[in-house]
Design a binder for this molecule. Structure first.
Ligand code: URP
Ligand code: ZN
Ligand code: ZN
Ligand code: ZN
Length: 484
């Protein structure tokens, strides 16, 4: 059976033009004029864009004494409802657990996915076993990215020696390291200081993670990646200090990618000053929301290209779960939702306001991600042979975001009450209509794992460090006898 999307305007990362899109067996077979198929989807007044890719989600993740509440079923349902057709989740071994063991756990969880998905593998401890299994993960399991937490001391945090070892291993394997860049030692110290002062509310979460904590770790990770000769991807870039480090590295010819979240772009630190404990706790995530100057910095980065992609870090906890932290903010599970809202929020606050163009919207929500993760043009493209992961985007369609009508399993939404303009008319996952005008028509288990090959490009940062890679031993005329 074939499907044709007619009368729409195709928008890719670099082109905007009127064309029909013909789909067969889950793939795009033709883009052109006057096409016909067995089934016709009308895109009059709409943009036809590559479906969104969210490179950063935590579905059913064991974390801080509980599990994030959206699993691969509700999480991918939320994704499709908002025009996202692929998610990349994190397989996270508990310290001491093997990588392949953890991957098996995430494989089992993902069987109910409505849309395609892939995994990043987390490095939460270091050993010969981890070193060896990294090769299997890359060469046999189709995963080319490794995530490192520089925060969460006593849990998943890795130290600099472990970072350097793992980054070098990534370089050997043609893999890309990711970092959660916050100085976990400083955070742990500040947390204890605020608690000791009786500052136990959710606002102290933000006080304990100031921008300097993130800027320091981002700079450190960039330098370590440079010394390892490997590119770097910085997840949830939330502030100017971190963005500045990324900007500078890119200016120096280093391949460093920054990923702001839709939450940091549109919500600010005043949320933590809300008198209602639940309101503030529901917005506790790491890094925390920042002030307007930091938001301006992130928007500028998207427009100028110094920041590459927009994600959600979707890690949803119910109000009851957030209340684990009453009386001690360090026990509030860290994380917020956003999967269903990323595309409409970015369109509304980015494209509608003129901060970014529709083509830039496609780049940062889909195409750039596909390129960085090495799955382009299977994903992130509208061209013959690409997967028909598409969104027919209606820029005139409006709604007010509300937990009462969302797909996510949790009982609130951090964007509650925000009015968005720009929503999917249709979302297609490999040619299958999963959403039409807000009605969900997806199929549990339709999603497939997307295998990602090691990187073809030369996997070295272009920095002066190269000069140090072949040190010359100095020939000396006189060597003194060793001291006593
Ligand atoms: O607060 C957050 N971001 N929770 C999810 C885990 C992480 O750090 O990405
Ligand atoms: Zn993180
Ligand atoms: Zn995360
Ligand atoms: Zn319709």
């Amino acid at each position: 059976m074939s499907t044709v999307i007619k009368n729409g305007t195709v928008v890719t990362a670099d082109l905007t033009y009127k064309a029909d899109v013909l789909i067969e067996d889950g793939k795009i077979v033709e883009v052109g004029d006057n096409l016909s198929g067995d089934e016709t989807l009308d895109a009059t007044g709409c943009y036809v864009m590559p479906g969104g890719i969210d490179p950063h989600t935590h579905l059913e993740m064991p974390f801080m004494g509980t599990y994030s509440s959206d699993d691969f079923e509700s999480g991918t349902r939320a994704a499709l409802a908002g025009g996202t057709t692929m998610v990349v989740d994190f397989a996270i071994p508990s310290p001491g657990q093997g990588l392949l063991d953890a991957l098996q756990m995430w494989d089992n969880k993902s069987t109910r996915a409505h849309c395609d998905y892939s995994f990043h593998m987390a490095i939460t401890w270091w050993s010969e076993q981890v070193f060896n299994e990294m090769e299997t993960v890359v060469r046999e399991k189709g995963i080319n990215t490794f995530k490192h937490f520089m925060a969460y001391k006593g849990a998943m945090m890795v130290n600099d020696d472990e970072l350097f070892a793992s980054f070098q291993r990534c370089a050997e394997l043609g893999a890309l390291p990711l970092v959660h860049a916050e100085n976990g030692d400083v955070v742990a110290d500040l947390q204890q200081k605020f608690l000791a002062e009786g500052n136990d509310g959710p606002e102290a979460h933000a006080y304990s993670r100031p921008p300097a904590v993130e800027g320091e770790a981002t700079n450190r990770a960039i330098m370590i990646a440079d010394m390892a000769g490997v590119p770097l991807y910085v997840v949830h870039t939330s502030c100017e200090e971190s963005h500045e480090a990324i900007r500078r590295a890119r200016q120096q010819g280093k391949r460093v990618y920054g990923e702001p979240l839709i939450q940091h772009l549109t919500l600010d630190e005043s949320e933590y000053a809300h008198p209602d404990w639940d309101h503030a706790a529901r917005r506790v995530m790491s890094p925390p929301f920042r002030n307007k100057q930091h938001q301006d910095s992130l928007w500028a980065g998207l427009a100028s290209g110094s920041l590459s992609v927009v994600a959600t870090d979707h890690c949803a906890f119910t109000t009851d779960q957030k209340r684990y932290g009453v009386g001690d903010f360090t026990k509030i599970p860290n994380g917020t939702g956003g999967l269903e809202d990323r595309m409409p929020m970015l369109w509304t606050y980015g494209v509608e306001t003129g901060r970014i163009t529709p083509n830039e919207f496609v780049a940062v929500t889909s195409t750039n991600i596909a390129k960085i993760l090495n799955i382009y043009p299977k994903k992130g493209a509208i061209m013959k042979g690409a997967d028909a992961d598409l969104v027919v985007w209606d820029p005139a369609k409006e709604k007010t975001i509300s937990a009462s009508s969302q797909q996510s399993a949790i009982d609130y939404n951090v964007f509650e009450g925000k009015h968005v303009k720009g929503l999917p008319r249709y979302t297609l996952t490999r040619g299958r209509v999963a959403v039409h005008d807000g009605d969900f028509k997806g199929q549990e288990g339709h999603g497939e794992f997307v295998s990602r090959e090691p990187f073809q490009a030369v996997n070295k940062a272009l920095s002066t460090w190269k000069e140090l890679t072949a040190p010359r031993k100095v020939e000396r005329t006189g060597i003194p006898a060793s001291g006593v």
